[in-house]
Design a protein around this ligand. Structure first.
Ligand SMILES: [Zn+2]
Ligand SMILES: [Zn+2]
Length: 914
C-alpha cells in the first residue's frame, strides 16, 4: 500500500476519519473536486477545491481585523492560553537534538526524538502551542517571487497527546482552529474549506484536515493515529495531534497585502524602500501577485525560465509590455528576497550555525551570497547590519532572545561579506573562461562550481553567463547537504544474541581499577564478555582502557548495544564460567580522563573567548594528548589561543567541582538548553549530565575527574584550521602536560649548553649568537667579493678550450660551497672571460642545484645558459631554465653527476660543430 492507497483508505471511510462534530453542528458538506478528485468540506456548495482558487483576499481581506505579524501571534497566544494551552518558547532553528536534521523544519520536530530508528514524541506540557521558527531550503528560488515562499517561517504548532492528561482529539482540535479563524481573526464560516489529506512520517502516519480561506492554505491539522508502516500498523497508545499553521499566512489573510512579505517584513521593506528610493505601487502589485497566485502552480516546475514565462503571461493579460512590468516588479522581488534571507541568517547564526562549505552551513552561505549578488546587481547602497537591526527591533517583541547574539551575527556576516568580496576577482576570471568556452552549463556543473569555487548561480546570472537559474539547483544542493552523515560505523559482532547486558562498574565507581568478574562468553578465541566490567569501552572520542583479564592482556574494548566486548591477547588460561581478577592500567585511565575533562573546559573557554557560534565539532581523548575540533569561522591567532588557554587554567586553578548526575532527557533539555548536546545527540531517555560548576554543562558518557584542580595544567600545543568552519586544538593536561614541559626544558638545556650560556641569559645569548652569525655572513660576502677576481682568473686559465674560436668550458661539482658562492664566482668569471661557459653542480640537502653562465662572446656561437641548465636538470630528474646568460635548475639523482657533466661537454662540443 502506497501513499495513494492510504489516502483512498481514509477517504473511503470519511465518517470514521474526517467527519468531526463541527461539520455536523454547522452543516459542512463533503464535496469532490471535479478538477483533481480531492474531497473537501465546506458550508457552501463548491465543485472545485481551494487548490485552484485565486488569492482573492489580496486587496480585499475577509477578516474584520488587520493584524501584522507580531500582532497576529499575540492574538493567537492569548486565544490558546485562554483555552488552557501552555505556550512553549521556540526551540533553536539549529536542530541539535536530532542527528538526521541540521535545521528545525517543522514545529513537531521540537518534540520528536529518535530512538532505535523510531520517532518518539516527548511533549514538555499538554496541550501546548509553540511559535516555532523553521528553516527550509528547498524553495529558495521561489522566495521573493511567489509572494508566499520563505526560507524561514514561523509555524504555529498546536500539539497535543490525545491520550495523556489534558489531551483532546480531532473534534476539539478542529473546534479550536475554527474558533481561531472565526472569533479571533473574524473570518466568516462560509469562507473556510477543510480538505482531506494524509500524513506519513517515519514509523507513524495519520489523516489530516487542511484548512483554506480563498485559496490560501492557513493550517493543517494532522491526526497521527497509527504507528508502523502502511502494511503493518496499529493504533498508537499515545495519539498525537500536530496542527501546524504558518504565521506568515495568518497575518497575510488579515492584511490582504500584495504579498505575505509585505505584512511580515514591513519595517525592513520600508527601510529598504527608503534607502533605495522606490515607492510601492500597491495596486499594481496586488493585481500582479493575484495573477501569480493563479498561475504559479500551472507552469511546469522543471522549466528553468519559470518566472520570466509567468511574467510574460501576466504582462499579456494586463495588456502592458513585459519590460514595463518587469521594471516595477523586479526591485520588489529583490527587496522581498533580501528581507527573507537576512531574517533566516539572523535566526540561524543567532542559534549557533555558521555559513561554511559543509553541512547545513552551505545553505547559509548561499543565502548571504544571493543577498550580496542582488545588492550588487541593483547597485544599491545597503548595509546588512542595518537590515539585521531592523529585523531585531521588530522581532524582539515576539522573540526577546533574538537580541542576545546580535553582535555575533554582525561579526559573522561582516566576515562572510568580506570573504565574498575578496573572492570576487577570482570568480570573475572563472566566469569569463566559461563565457569564452561557450559551454552550456548543466545543474551538475553549477553544483561543482559552487562546491569547488563558491560560485553561486546567482552570480553567474548577474554576469550573464547563464540566463536563468535551473529551478532544481537549490533542491539538488539541499539534497546533497541536508543528509546528515554523522552515523557511526560499528564493527558488528554477531554472537551476542541472548546475552545479558554488562554491568558497568566504571559508572558506579570511577576510581575502581581492580575487580572480579565472571566470564560469560568467549567468542572467536579473542573476545571476552564479562558479567560486569570497569573497562571503559571506546566511545564518544574517548580511547578505551587497557589492562589485564586474568593474565590475558586487554587490547581493545568496545560496546555493542548494552554489552561490553574485550579483545584480548592469549586467553589460553581462561574459560567460560571462570571468575577472574581484572586490572585496569591506572596511569592510562587517569591520563585519558584528564584529557576528557580538559576537552569540556577548553570547549567552554573557546566559546567565551571567541563567540556564541563555537560548538564542539568532534573530540578525541588519548593518553598523551587530547584534540578538540570547534566550529569557528577563521584560523586562530596567538592572542586568541593564549586567551583560551588562560581561561581554561583559571578554571583549573579554581578547583571547581565536576558533578555528574542523570536526568530525564526532557528535564535536562529544559533545564540546561540544547547546549548539552556538544558531543551529539544522546540516544536514550536518560541523560548523563557532566556539570563543571555551571562553567560547562554537557551530556556525556565519559570518565571525568572530581575537581578541576586535578588537571594541574592545560597547555594548548597547536591550533589549526582543518576545514572551512572548523578549528582544531591539540592540547595536553595533567601528567602529559608535565611531560611536555619537561621535554621543552630538556631542549632548552641543550641549546643553553651549546651556546655556553645559562638559562637566565638564554635569550640574550641567542640574540648575540644570531648577531654574530649575521656578522660572519657579511664577512664571508666581503671575502668572496675580494677573492672572486683571483678565482675567476684561475678558472679561466684552467678551462678546457673546445673550439678554434677559443670557446672554453669549465665544469665542476662542489659539495662544500653553496650556490651563492658559485653565482658570484661564475658571474665574475664570464666577466673577465667572455668566451667561457661556466657549469657548476652544487650539493643542496638531498638534491643538487645547477648553475650555468655563458659569456658574452660564447653566446654569439649559439650557446644558451638556460638551455644547458634545462638539459642538465632534466637528466638529474628535475627541471631548469633561464636566459642566454644565466640558467639554473635542480634535480635529485646524485649518482648521475659524472654522467651529466660529460653530457654537458658532449652537448657543447656538438653545438660548436654545428
Ligand atoms: Zn482540486
Ligand atoms: Zn565529554
Amino acid at each position: 500500500m502506497g501513499k495513494k492507497e492510504v489516502s483512498t483508505l481514509f477517504s473511503s471511510n470519511p465518517d470514521k476519519y474526517y467527519r468531526v462534530s463541527l461539520f455536523d453542528r454547522l452543516g459542512f458538506k463533503r464535496n469532490k473536486c471535479i478538477s483533481c478528485g480531492k474531497f473537501f468540506w465546506s458550508l457552501i456548495d463548491k465543485n472545485i477545491c481551494p487548490d485552484h482558487e485565486t488569492y482573492n483576499f489580496i486587496g480585499d481581506p475577509p477578516t474584520n481585523k488587520r493584524l501584522d505579524y507580531v500582532k497576529t501571534w499575540k492574538e493567537i497566544e492569548k486565544y490558546f492560553q485562554s483555552h488552557n494551552h501552555s505556550i512553549v518558547r521556540r526551540y533553536p532553528v539549529v536542530c541539535r537534538w536530532r542527528d538526521d536534521l541540521y535545521f528545525t523544519i517543522a514545529s513537531i520536530v521540537d518534540f520528536q526524538r529518535i530512538m532505535n530508528n523510531k520517532v518518539i514524541f516527548e511533549l514538555p506540557s499538554n496541550p501546548l502551542v509553540v511559535p516555532q521558527m523553521c528553516l527550509r531550503f528547498n524553495d529558495v528560488e521561489n522566495v521573493g517571487l511567489s509572494g508566499r515562499h520563505y526560507t524561514s517561517f514561523c509555524m504555529i504548532g498546536q500539539t497535543c497527546n490525545a491520550d495523556a492528561s489534558g489531551g483532546y482529539w480531532k473534534d476539539k482540535c478542529i473546534d479550536l482552529d475554527f474558533g481561531l479563524l472565526t472569533n479571533v481573526l473574524g473570518i466568516k464560516p462560509e469562507e473556510i474549506t477543510f480538505v482531506e489529506d494524509i500524513w506519513m512520517g517515519a514509523g507513524a502516519f495519520g489523516y489530516s484536515l487542511e484548512y483554506f480561506v480563498r485559496g490560501l492554505e492557513l493550517g493543517n491539522a494532522v491526526f497521527t493515529e497509527f504507528e508502523g508502516d502502511e502494511n503493518n500498523y496499529r493504533i498508537m497508545k499515545n495519539k498525537i495531534i500536530d496542527m501546524g499553521a504558518g504565521l506568515e499566512r495568518l497575518s497575510w489573510i488579515t492584511m490582504g497585502t500584495p504579498t505575505s512579505y509585505d505584512c511580515c517584513f514591513e519595517s525592513v521593506i520600508k527601510y529598504l524602500e527608503n534607502s533605495i528610493g522606490v515607492q510601492k505601487d500597491e495596486n499594481f502589485l496586488s493585481i500582479y501577485f493575484k495573477l501569480v497566485s493563479k498561475k504559479f502552480n500551472s507552469i511546469e516546475d522543471d522549466s528553468s525560465d519559470k518566472i520570466n514565462k509567468l511574467k510574460k503571461m501576466i504582462a499579456q493579460e494586463m495588456k502592458i509590455p513585459f519590460e514595463h512590468l518587469d521594471k516595477i516588479v523586479s526591485p520588489y522581488e529583490a527587496i522581498y528576497t533580501i528581507a527573507d534571507h537576512t531574517r533566516t541568517l539572523l535566526f540561524a547564526i543567532s542559534d549557533g550555525s555558521l555559513p561554511s562549505n559543509v553541512g547545513g552551513g552551505y545553505n547559509l552561505r548561499i543565502l548571504l551570497r544571493r543577498v550580496l549578488s542582488i545588492i550588487e546587481r541593483f547597485k544599491w547602497n545597503i548595509k546588512i547590519e542595518d537590515l539585521i537591526d531592523t529585523h531585531v527591533e521588530y522581532l524582539k517583541n515576539m522573540f526577546p532572545e533574538i537580541e542576545e547574539n546580535k553582535k555575533e551575527v554582525y561579526t559573522i556576516l561582516k566576515l562572510e561579506s568580506d570573504r565574498y568580496a575578496s573572492t570576487r576577482h577570482r570568480m570573475d576570471d572563472i566566469a569569463s573562461t566559461i563565457r569564452k568556452n561557450n559551454k552550456q552549463l548543466t545543474v551538475d556543473d553549477l553544483i561543482r562550481l559552487y562546491e569547488s569555487d563558491g560560485i553561486t548561480p546567482d552570480f553567474l546570472k548577474e554576469v550573464n553567463v547563464i540566463t536563468e537559474i535551473p529551478s532544481n539547483f537549490y533542491v539538488k544542493l539541499s539534497e546533497l547537504h541536508n543528509i546528515n552523515q554523522k552515523s557511526l560505523s560499528s564493527q558488528s559482532i554477531e554472537e551476542l544474541e541472548g546475552l545479558p547486558s554488562t554491568k558497568l562498574l566504571y559508572y558506579e565507581d570511577s576510581s575502581l581499577r581492580e575487580f572480579y568478574a565472571k566470564i560469560i562468553k568467549i567468542i572467536k578465541e579473542d573476545y571476552i564478555i564479562l558479567d560486569q566490567t570497569s573497562f571503559y569501552p571506546r566511545g564518544g572520542g574517548q580511547e578505551p582502557d587497557k589492562g589485564t583479564i586474568g593474565d590475558a592482556k586487554v587490547l581493545e574494548v568496545i560496546k555493542q548495544g548494552d554489552i561490553v566486548i574485550h579483545r584480548v591477547e592469549n586467553l589460553s588460561s581462561l574459560s567460560e564460567g571462570l571468575s577472574v581478577k581484572c586490572n585496569i592500567d591506572d596511569t592510562r585511565r587517569n591520563s585519558i580522563t584528564k584529557h576528557h575533562t580538559a576537552t569540556h573546559i577548553l570547549n567552554s573557554s573557546s566559546r567565551t573567548t571567541l563567540g556564541s557560534w563555537v560548538w564542539q565539532n568532534s573530540a578525541f581523548k588519548d593518553v598523551n594528548y587530547g584534540r578538540l575540533d570547534i566550529t569557528h569561522h577563521s584560523a586562530l591567532n596567538k592572542e586568541e589561543v593564549d586567551k583560551i588557554e588562560k581561561t581554561a587554567n583559571e578554571i583549573v586553578m579554581k578547583n571547581l567541582g565536576v558533578n555528574i548526575k542523570e536526568y530525564e532527557r526532557g528535564e535536562s533539555e529544559q533545564k540546561f538548553s540544547f547546549r548539552i548536546y556538544q558531543g551529539g545527540v544522546v540516544p536514550s531517555n536518560k541523560v548523563r549530565i557532566v556539570n563543571i560548576s555551571e562553567f560547562d554543562i554537557e551530556a556525556c558518557g565519559g570518565t571525568h575527574v572530581n575537581r578541576t584542580g586535578e588537571l594541574g595544567l592545560v597547555k594548548i600545543l597547536k591550533s589549526e584550521r582543518i576545514q572551512d568552519g572548523v578549528v582544531r586544538l591539540e592540547f595536553v593536561a595533567g601528567q602529559a602536560a608535565i611531560n611536555y614541559i619537561k621535554n621543552q626544558d630538556k631542549n632548552i638545556s641543550f641549546i643553553t649548553q651549546s651556546l655556553g650560556s645559562s638559562k637566565e641569559k638564554l635569550t640574550d645569548s641567542f640574540k648575540k649568537y644570531l648577531d654574530d652569525s649575521e656578522k660572519l655572513r657579511t664577512k664571508i660576502k666581503i671575502l668572496l667579493r675580494k677573492t672572486s677576481p683571483i678565482l675567476a682568473k684561475f678558472i679561466s686559465n684552467n678551462s678546457k678550450q673546445i673550439s678554434s674560436e677559443g670557446v672554453k668550458l669549465f665544469t665542476t661539482f662542489d659539495d662544500e660551497l653553496d650556490e651563492e658562492f658559485h653565482i658570484t664566482v661564475g658571474e665574475k668569471t664570464i666577466d673577465i672571460d667572455p668566451l667561457l661557459i661556466y657549469v657548476s653542480l652544487v650539493s643542496k640537502g638531498e638534491g643538487i642545484r645547477v648553475i650555468v653562465f655563458v659569456g658574452e662572446t660564447a653566446r654569439k656561437y649559439d650557446f644558451n645558459a638556460g638551455k644547458i641548465a634545462k638539459i642538465i636538470s632534466t637528466n638529474l630528474g628535475g627541471s631548469g631554465g633561464g636566459d642566454s646568460k644565466f640558467g639554473q635548475g635542480g634535480g635529485r639523482f646524485k649518482n648521475r653527476i659524472e654522467e651529466v657533466l660529460r653530457l654537458a661537454e658532449t652537448y657543447v662540443n656538438e653545438t660548436i660543430k654545428r
